[in-house]
Write a protein that binds this ligand. Structure first.
Ligand code: ATP
Ligand code: MG
Length: 422
């Protein structure tokens, strides 16, 4: 029978690769905790309307990338293409907007977009998201970016560039939109999408991926020149704080974000060595989003790290080694029976331990232990068992010693404590 394959653009994350993912997420959780961010775990499915209303009808995501279907009742549902809208949805639905202070959340999980699969671009991909709601202070912009930067540094990532821009407030954007629209109508050669965009949503032309449109846009007016006093001050203060805490940024006056709801600070982290899909993280302020989704007028800011792309540039040595543990090689029925007791006892004491349940030769069990990466092998034959002894072999050095059965767990605990350096 023919094998069934995974859906195009969706991949399996298998060991040992999955260990790297666990490590990255663990470091992320630690850094989020340091800054006071707590986890939201939200459904993968939302009402289609949530994304249509927040992300913007003329964005790539809503126009052509969503996995949307009607369920048995006829409701239109969508596999989440991004997290911010649903974090805000959960925030409002659960009345978390009440009370003072910035509300800080993170979310880790898969996102779905129907894009053309290629290196660094999948149809199910994974994000680490950060969202902070309730303050428009530039100190919060700086905090969120510092958090991102600390996290990426802890992961040992070095060849990164932080691109930053200010998109202004709705008032600045109105002025800019008019200037931009005039510019767009003063030139020819736009792609069919942009011909439509220049009528309905000129800002979207800024992130058109077509080469020709990008070239034409080199002459376009800049948002920077339309910023009001307050937006200018907000941006300057954000930059000042980032510099004070050692984050080098590159101002990128043409940077926009692919969604409609962004205001003021927008940023992106790019990495060398990823080819065309070089953005590992993106984020920004979304001061109008909470209100657009039916909530109070409440500002917010956040970012999303693309975990799949992050994995591609993660230095091999940055990952903590998996614990290698003990393999018990039992020879003969009585030893196998005793082995079950020992292995279970070790595990309950916090030692990594395995054994094999088939009747294999010592040679076969040793090569199995080797393949599993065991640090120690405990060899237990019926003869050793009768003498109350086992042989303990260090797989790295090949040295062996005889240890009384009753002392095995003490010896092993001691040795693994030494190995971990505590
Ligand atoms: P791109 O310009 O590469 O399409 P984007 O602006 O659509 O990115 P965001 O919506 O900002 O991406 O998502 C944040 C991050 O998620 C990106 O910087 C990227 O690392 C990752 N990402 C987005 N789409 C995909 C995808 N299809 N496959 C893998 N990672 C992705
Ligand atoms: Mg995209």
């Amino acid at each position: 029978m023919a094998l069934i394959r995974a859906v195009r653009g969706m991949k399996d994350i298998l060991p040992p690769e999955s260990g790297r993912w666990q490590w990255v997420e663990q470091v992320a959780r630690e850094v989020f905790a340091l800054y006071g961010y707590r986890e939201m775990r939200l459904p993968l499915l939302e009402r289609t309307e949530l994304f249509a209303r927040s992300i913007g009808a003329d964005t790539d995501i809503v126009a052509k990338e969503m996995y949307t279907f009607t369920d048995r009742r006829g409701d239109s549902l969508t596999l989440r293409p991004e997290a911010t809208a649903q974090v805000v949805r959960a925030f409002l639905e659960n009345h978390l907007e009440k009370g003072a202070g910035v509300k800080k959340y993170f979310l880790i999980g898969p996102m779905f977009r129907y894009e053309r699969p290629q290196k660094g671009r999948y149809r199910q991909f994974h994000q680490i998201n950060c969202e902070a709601l309730g303050s428009d202070a530039p100190e919060l912009d700086a905090e969120v970016i510092l958090l991102l930067w600390d996290l990426l540094s802890r992961l040992g990532l070095k060849t990164l560039t932080l691109l930053i821009n200010s998109l202004g407030c709705p008032a600045c954007q109105v002025e800019f939109r008019d200037k931009l629209k005039a510019f767009l109508f003063s030139r020819e050669g736009w792609c069919p999408d942009c011909l439509r965009r220049r009528e309905v949503n000129p800002l979207r032309v800024l992130d058109c991926k077509s080469q020709r449109c990008r070239e034409l846009m080199q002459q376009a007016p800049l948002l920077r020149d339309c910023l009001c006093q307050a937006c200018r001050r907000h941006y300057a203060r954000t930059l000042e704080l980032l510099s004070r805490f050692g984050v080098e940024v590159v101002e990128q006056p043409r940077l926009v974000r692919g969604l409609d709801y962004y205001t003021r600070t927008a940023f992106e982290v790019t990495a060398t060595g990823l080819g065309a899909q070089d953005a590992v993280a993106g984020g920004g302020r979304y001061n109008g989003l909470v209100r657009d989704l039916g909530g109070p007028d409440m500002p917010g800011i956040g970012f999303a790290i693309g975990e799949d792309r992050l994995m591609e540039i993660l230095p091999a040595e940055a990952v903590r080694e998996e614990e290698r543990g003990i393999f018990l090689a039992a020879l003969g029925p009585a030893a196998r029976e005793k082995g079950l007791d020992l292995v279970q006892e070790w595990r309950r004491q916090g030692l990594v331990a395995q054994m094999d349940y088939e009747d294999r030769s010592l040679k076969a069990q040793m090569s199995l232990a080797d393949r599993l990466g065991a640090k120690w092998v405990v060899i237990l034959g019926d003869r050793e068992l009768a003498g109350g002894q086992a042989v303990l072999r260090d797989m790295d050095t090949g040295s062996q010693e005889s240890v009384p059965l009753g002392e095995l767990n003490i010896v092993l605990k001691h040795k693994s404590a030494i190995k971990e350096g505590n």
